[in-house]
Write a new protein. Structure first.
Length: 450
């Protein structure tokens, strides 16, 4: 068995791994490169393998940095099958159609041919099958099993077996326990190799319980100051978590009743998809729903799917809360609200997710005094708050804890999907604390798994 690291090696985004065994070729994930500059230019390049030779793709979860180039794979001749959990398939369809719209705009701006179109997404979905957790199945010489990664609803880490070797792809591991989806699984059986993500491989998150207190305090501060609390949020998972926790705060009288807007058509669509997959919710959330509570609705909440409804938010006087995409402030309606309120000292920008190198959100988080938006320089005078407890990624202690049960059989760990510092620190921790060989593969590197 042979693995080649075509994406996610030395970077957080663009996950794409090629496995070869007994003449069969499969992929794990096929993600979009994000973050600006060189990384995004890679999205227009040809694949470093022939899509026509790929038998199947196994998808860990629906986020675009793991799925975003699948339609391009189809466009360039892929005729095989895609496999993931049913929720991942449903979420990916909405996310890919949204991504197609954004990529089309970028193609027009840079005078390039679009990476893919709506027809490619439709053809992709016709090839995509849903599989449940813990049900092994065969594709050629490979046996594949999905396990709950606890990152977003339906997310997986994947065990692949061939030629007497077993390898696990972590995908993105969750910051457990998480609202709605609960905790990721541990793997305690024999495994020879493991790819482990390292997004937060060099840091420790705030206590998960602290995040509700942070948002409670910020809403109170926003009311006192008469400002606006802006929350750039990923449409998938982060927006639903925020609604779930705001609902709890509102029901217990811990926040005042002020207008709270979800200004993201995609987040609104995905919230409806969530409701179709309640069987994947954790037991606690299912019990809340069984008791009659609508977990994504509370007094003061308003969804604004249309452009006119979005513009009307400007007419609502502060204090107010605006949750909008994109989560890294590189696109979406949050940009219009940031242009309006970043310069307001009474307002606050709450960062609740990872900000990739080169993204507008990262510039703001790193302390930029002003940022360029819509062709103009916008001064940053509002308060900037980062709540790492809202991360959907496991931190360093959680990553080590997840890996620990495998250490007795592991021959080698490949540290992927992280910036250089995060990957270096995690790899050294794995060597020191687990006594397992840990390497950071380079993009394009091929390794025989013997």
């Amino acid at each position: 068995m042979r693995i080649t690291f075509h994406g996610g090696a030395g970077t957080v985004t663009g996950a794409n791994y090629l496995l070869e065994s007994a003449g069969d070729k499969i992929l794990v994930d096929c993600g979009l490169h994000q973050g600006g500059g060189f990384s995004e230019k890679q999205n227009w390049e040809d694949f470093p393998y022939n899509p026509k030779e790929i038998a199947a793709v196994f998808v860990t979860h629906a986020h675009i940095d793991h799925t975003g180039l699948l339609p391009k794979l189809v466009k360039q001749g892929f005729h095989g099958k895609i496999y993931s959990t049913p929720p991942t398939r449903a979420f990916a369809q909405e996310l890919l159609l949204d991504s197609e719209h954004i990529l089309m705009q970028e193609a027009e701006r840079f005078k390039k041919a679009p990476i893919y179109g709506v027809r490619d997404v439709e053809e992709l979905m016709a090839k995509w099958d849903g599989v449940e957790y813990h049900v092994p199945f065969r594709v050629g010489s490979f046996t594949i099993t999905f396990y709950n990664a606890g990152h977003i609803l339906g997310s997986s880490f994947i065990l692949i077996e061939s030629e007497g070797r077993r390898i696990i792809f972590s995908g993105d591991l969750g910051n457990s326990p998480a609202p709605i989806i609960g905790s990721r699984e541990n793997f305690t059986e024999h495994v020879d190799y493991c790819l482990i993500e390292s997004t937060y491989g060099d840091r420790i998150h705030e206590n998960v319980d602290m995040r509700k207190e942070i948002i409670e305090d910020l809403i109170e501060d926003t009311v006192k100051a008469g400002g606006v609390l802006m929350i750039p949020a990923f449409a998938m998972e982060r927006s639903q978590e925020l609604l779930f926790e705001l609902n709890e705060l509102a029901e217990h009288g811990r926040i005042p009743r002020i207008p709270i807007f979800v200004d993201s058509p995609l987040a609104i669509k995905l919230t409806e998809v969530y409701k179709k997959y309640e069987s994947y919710f954790d037991q606690e959330t299912r019990q809340i729903i069984k008791g009659g509570d609508s977990i994504f609705s509370f007094p003061g909440l308003k969804m604004t799917p249309t452009t006119d409804e979005s513009k009307a938010i400007n007419d609502v006087k502060p204090p107010k809360v605006i949750i909008a995409g994109s989560g890294m402030s590189h696109a979406g309606r949050i940009l219009h609200h940031e242009r309006r309120y970043l310069s307001d000292p009474k307002s606050t920008l709450l960062i609740v997710g990872y900000q990739a190198q080169g993204s507008l959100g990262r510039l703001i988080l790193d302390g930029a005094k002003s940022v360029k938006m819509f062709g103009e320089e916008v001064p940053v005078r509002c308060r900037i708050v980062s709540a790492s407890g809202y991360s959907a990624h496991a931190d360093q202690p959680q990553l080590l804890s997840w890996l620990k049960p495998m250490k007795f059989s592991l021959k080698r760990v490949f540290v992927v999907q992280g910036e250089e510092q995060s990957s270096l620190v995690l790899a050294q921790k794995i060597r020191d604390e687990l006594a397992v060989d840990a390497d950071i593969p380079k993009s394009g590197e091929a390794i025989d798994l013997v």
